[in-house]
Ligand binder design. Sequence first.
Ligand code: AP5
Ligand code: MG
Ligand code: ZN
Length: 210
Amino acid sequence: MSKPKLTLLGAPGAGKGTQSSNLVEEYDIDHITTGDALRNNKDMETEYGTPREYMEAGELVPDPVVDEIVEAALADADGFVLDGYPRNLSQAEHLESITDLDAVVYFEVSEDELLTRLTGRRVCDNCGTNYHVEYNPPEEEGICDECGSDLIQRDDDTEETAKERLRVFEENTMPVVEYFEDTDSFVTVDGEQAPDEVWADLCDAVEAQF
Ligand code: AP5
Ligand code: MG
Ligand code: ZN
């Protein structure tokens, strides 16, 4: 049987990364995340400059760069969860031209909650596990429970850059939500709930679509 092909839409901090990990474990699918791919190649020279310049300002990296990353990853994937793509209408059209999705899931979360989540997020420098200083703290402050490495704050999780990312989401990615809203594959999940409640709703949504 074929595996699910999914994309998660949601503002910065909506929980896309957190829930992607659950999906990968449950369905044994690939996690395709443009954010992590770009963070791992921040200083890659492209004809548009480096990803770092855009990411540290909270702006979108130019479409040709991300489209290429996604196309290469999809070519190798059986089932997948896309996390952070598409982020504008042009990327949405590109995606539809290269694959068929089983579900487009939108996590709805209020702006106040998003800012609290982003500024409190800490990430393992080594294995990438996500924490939150208040909602999901590690056993020992600043140290990863999984591998013992140091936790760091992402460069773009400062209040100023996080606010700019939320603005960019409203301007560029909300139109993508509206674009998929009327299609059969679209589902909204209340992302403001606790992580395990979000996961329960997400599972139901995926099972219903797939
Ligand atoms: P990217 O890395 O994709 O960041 P993002 O979309 O801004 O989203 P985040 O990773 O910040 O949030 P998330 O939804 O994954 O939340 P998480 O689960 O971690 O992109 C970064 C940059 O790369 C962009 O700004 C852009 O420059 C570039 N880029 C990427 N893709 C691009 C594209 N397609 N085109 C152009 N440019 C692109 O959760 C957040 C925190 O909340 C964590 O601390 C977590 O523990 C906590 N948390 C999660 N769920 C809950 C819950 N239910 N309750 C309480 N706390 C929770
Ligand atoms: Mg993420
Ligand atoms: Zn770790």
